[in-house]
Design a protein. Structure first.
Lengths: 194, 327
């Protein structure tokens, strides 16, 4: 994968994730955690569908790590401090990338529905892993706990995962023409098509 | 290497907060890099909302309203400070020097965006460079409506934890009837002749965020007999010295304005508007429960806030800007 275009796209998508999600989230005003589609995760899926296996895993981990740094801030139960927890999203995205990687062989990669379905699936897996890790953190209970309600987080993130289908549909049109820019080979099936 | 990275991240995930403090710096760098894009998209979206006929108010009316709110806040602050001083004068005789007139600097700052959807944090484009300090600075909307307390600050930006975030600790507040244009109390249980009465016979409550952007808590009606126990008379405009006839206890009503009055909050946040009483519930054992909605409106439409900074911080800087206001 070409690094520079990937970095630019990641930057743009993180901006959309941060700025656009509160505007399109469910509820008026929206309630945290936002029930709004993810924009970065479809890009992880796009990479996972096209790149080499090790690239997929490292890219997923790196993007997840950035997600933790950018949006992994939680308030401590005392309410006067925040903490940035690194790990839950990184591992969640890694798991999502791995799942897409292992299933891509049996998927019709050129079918738009594949990308949309895998985006929703990847978002759900990333959410499950991230919430699971945060729940474990609360259970282990080292230091002051964060304000975290597992069921609330999980339900919101799963709804967001479903809604990611919408953002994936839109992003598909942006990603398709960029396939060669990222240095991905066209899917094999094209060779046999007219 | 990947396995090691996964192991390392797993350990990082469960480390206590104090050990993760250095990562906060990295997080701020990442946030700083995204600020321009986030602010640009936010600005664009706010513009679109306004253009599509969102909340548009006459500019003059809005300014007049803001000014009135500002004066009301100052007025109430003065009144409560007076009352408190009267009641405790004997106790604080030797410590009066510790509470000189409070100097507050107000600084307008633009909103970068809402943080990340995990908690109700708002990123503001003002940091240590303009004297913002964690915990002792607060953010307001239009200078009167309390938005929240600054919980994290770096060189150029800060994060404000909203008062209705569920991790905000419970705080005390006073319920007050809104003052009508003629200066009369609009909806007080005792129908007083001046707003001073409502303050003196204030309705205290202890509010706690309950989710969905709401605050709720039990009401404690401060009866005149409880208050006068210290001996200072009711004082003020009503001429309440001596034996005033016993008035009925004031009752909470919908649309009453709720103002912060809690010593655990910085002095510069006292008497700022917390919100408006949305609902009142009468529960068992005579408990009255109020549900309050902060009146800062839709956060997504919030373009700028007014930060209230302690003067001690701002004095130490040179060339600090912003309009001040003692209270």
């Amino acid at each position: 994968v070409s690094l520079l275009p990937a970095l630019v796209v990641t930057y743009v998508l993180f901006g959309l994730d941060l700025a656009l999600r509160p505007f399109i989230a469910f509820g008026n005003p929206p309630v945290e955690p936002w029930r709004a589609p993810y924009f970065v995760l479809p890009f992880v899926v796009f990479i996972a569908l096209n790149a080499a296996p090790m690239t997929v895993l490292w890219a997923s981990l790196s993007i997840g790590l950035l997600t933790d740094l950018i949006s992994g801030t939680y308030t401590l139960a005392g309410g006067l401090q925040t903490v940035c927890i690194v790990g839950p999203n990184a591992l969640g995205y890694l798991a999502a990338g791995w799942v897409v990687l292992t299933t891509r062989a049996i998927m019709m990669r050129r079918n738009p529905l594949t990308f949309i379905f895998l985006s929703m699936l990847a978002a759900a897996i990333a959410s499950l892993v991230a919430v699971g890790i945060l729940a474990c953190r609360q259970m282990i209970g080292l230091g002051e706990p964060i304000r975290f309600v597992g069921t609330e987080q999980l339900s919101a993130r799963l709804i967001a995962s479903l809604l990611t289908g919408i953002s994936a549909t839109v992003l598909l049109f942006a990603f398709r023409p960029l396939t060669s820019v990222f240095g991905f080979d066209e899917p094999v099936g094209r060779r046999y098509s007219r | 290497v990947l396995t090691l990275a996964v192991g390392g991240l797993l350990i990082l995930s469960v480390l206590p907060a104090w050990m993760l403090a250095p990562i906060g710096g990295l997080s701020r760098v990442a946030g700083f890099a995204l600020e321009p894009e986030q602010a640009a998209i936010n600005w664009l979206l706010r513009g679109l909302r306004t253009a599509s006929g969102g909340e548009r108010e006459s500019e003059e009316l809005r300014k007049a309203h803001e000014e009135a709110e500002l004066f009301k806040g100052k007025y109430y602050t003065e009144l409560t400070d007076n009352a408190r001083l009267r009641e405790r004068i004997s106790q604080i005789e030797g410590t009066l020097a510790l509470t000189p007139g409070l100097n507050i600097e107000a600084k307008t700052a633009s909103v970068i965006g809402l943080s990340d959807g995990n908690s109700r944090l708002v990123s503001i484009k003002a940091g240590r460079d303009v004297g913002v300090t964690a915990v002792t600075s607060v953010a307001t909307v239009r200078g009167t409506q309390l938005l929240g307390r600054v919980v994290d600050v770096d060189a150029l930006s800060c994060r404000v934890l909203l008062i209705d975030d569920q991790s905000t600790p419970a705080f005390d507040a006073l319920l007050m009837a809104p003052i009508s244009a003629t200066g009369e109390q609009a909806a007080s249980g005792t129908a007083p002749s001046a707003p001073f009465d409502a303050l003196e016979e204030g309705i205290a409550c202890n509010l706690k965020p309950i989710g969905n952007g709401l605050l709720a808590g039990n009401v404690k009606i401060i009866r005149p007999s409880e208050r006068v126990a210290g001996g200072g008379g009711t004082g003020g405009g009503t001429g309440g010295s001596g034996r005033a006839p016993k008035a009925a206890a004031p009752q909470p009503k919908e649309q009453m304005v709720v103002r912060l009055r809690d010593d655990r909050w910085p002095a510069l946040a006292q008497m700022l508007v917390v919100g408006v009483v949305e609902r009142i519930e009468y529960r068992d054992l005579g408990h009255v429960y109020v549900i309050v909605r902060p009146a800062y409106g839709d956060l997504r439409a919030l373009g700028e806030v007014v930060l209230r900074l302690p003067a001690a911080t701002t004095n130490s800087r040179t060339g600090a800007s912003g309009g001040g206001g003692g209270s």
